[in-house]
Design a protein around this ligand. Structure first.
Ligand SMILES: Cc1cc2nc3c(=O)[nH]c(=O)nc-3n(C[C@H](O)[C@H](O)[C@H](O)COP(=O)(O)O)c2cc1C
Length: 352
């Protein structure tokens, strides 16, 4: 593949994807202000590098909720990898495992939890949870995640309804006939508008509150991360309610348009969390410099959304591996040029 950075993936993948699939992956909500700002905010930050520090080796390894990661980058949950490649999430988890990092499997994956686990028995696997209106469905899904050895649950908390992604509304987005929502063996409804929007409205418990976090904690011993936190007060409440991690995310600009860029809210959230639990950040991470900026401002690790989907469309498992290794090389180069020898030692003074 002659792709040399993650930003190039999107245009190359566009040629490989059905228009409706590309639109589903690429879109943000409404005017896509937040989608753009996730990237722009990274560009606004500068790295105040140091010199003459004499380091000859560098370590990218880090630890996250008991896992040793080869680099502070993991895979964010995204739905429907089957739109990108026939191997779907099986390719993604194999690439994550080969890269020494975690794959977070979406509730709405095309492959089931069991299929994904079978594809890579030793991989580090987290499971993203949307709660269902029918509590027994949620409970069964959690039991299945536990049974396949998922080591954390990621409760997405920014979806009291699906954000208005206008391309999906216009396209009447639904799954092609050969694809299913693997964990439920069902498909998206054909409606006038976004089929995913209708599915979410009909199936997910939308009015979730802190009592639901308490419920989830009461039914599982797995650590629970709260994904979709952008307000420091919610981060504080999350820690208070026993979250094992705070996942700073605006859903890649797909939910509330005009929500702040994640990197902009990270410092205040890190201040409030004060090291009590790890922080994961996603949204617009494309460069090694983005990763290092996020670490400097308080994240333990970052997660990748769309680049994984583009890479999958281009070349399945090998494509995702290529993307992860490009980013690894960039993180390493950034660390070297900043005058640091260990990702765990990157601190706030680096961004001024
Ligand atoms: C096509 C697509 C599907 C997604 N599906 C989910 C999902 O099922 N659950 C979830 O919590 N987040 C979902 N997300 C949000 C991602 O987990 C992540 O927050 C976001 O993609 C990060 O931004 P980035 O794409 O700029 O890297 C999805 C994102 C995309 C692009």
């Amino acid at each position: 593949m002659d792709i040399i950075n993650l930003l190039e993936l999107e245009a190359a993948a566009q040629n490989k994807l059905e228009q409706t699939a590309f639109d589903y992956y690429v879109s943000g909500a409404e005017d896509e202000v937040t989608l753009r700002d996730n990237r722009a905010a990274f560009s606004r930050l500068k790295l105040h590098y140091r010199v003459l520090r004499g380091f000859t080796t560098r370590s990218l390894e880090t630890e996250l909720l008991g896992h040793k990661l080869s680099m502070p980058v993991l895979i964010a949950p995204s739905a429907f990898h089957g739109l990108a490649h026939p191997d779907a999430e099986l390719a993604t988890i194999r690439a994550a495992h080969a890269a020494g990092t975690i794959m977070t499997l979406s509730t709405t994956s095309n492959m089931s939890l069991e299929q994904v686990r079978n594809a890579s028995p030793d991989a580090m696997l987290w499971f993203q949870v949307y709660l269902y209106k029918d509590q027994s469905v949620s409970l069964e899904m959690i039991r299945r995640a536990e049974a396949v050895g998922a080591s954390a649950l990621v409760l997405t908390v920014d979806t009291p309804m699906l954000g208005r992604r206008e391309r999906d509304i216009r396209n009447h987005f639904k799954l092609p006939d050969h694809l299913r929502i693997g964990n439920l063996m069902t498909t998206l409804p054909s409606v006038d508008g976004s089929g995913l929007g209708a599915f979410v409205r009909d199936n997910f418990k939308l009015e979730i509150g802190w009592d639901d976090v308490a419920w989830l904690r009461s039914v599982t011993n797995l650590p629970i991360l709260l994904k979709g936190v952008c307000h420091p007060e919610d981060a504080r409440l999350g820690v208070e309610h026993g979250a094992a991690g705070i996942w700073v995310s605006n859903h890649g600009g797909r939910q509330l348009d005009s929500s702040p860029a994640t990197i902009d809210v990270l410092p205040r959230i890190a201040d409030v969390v004060a090291g009590a639990v790890p922080i994961v950040l996603d949204g617009g991470v494309r460069r090694g410099t983005d990763v290092v900026k996020a670490l400097a401002l308080g994240a333990t690790a970052v997660a990748l959304g769309r680049p994984v989907l583009w890479a999958l469309a281009l070349d399945g498992q090998a494509g995702v591996t290529h993307a992860l290794e490009l980013l690894r090389a960039e993180v390493d180069a950034t660390l070297a040029l900043c005058g640091y020898d260990d990702v765990r030692r990157v601190s706030r003074e680096l961004v001024g």
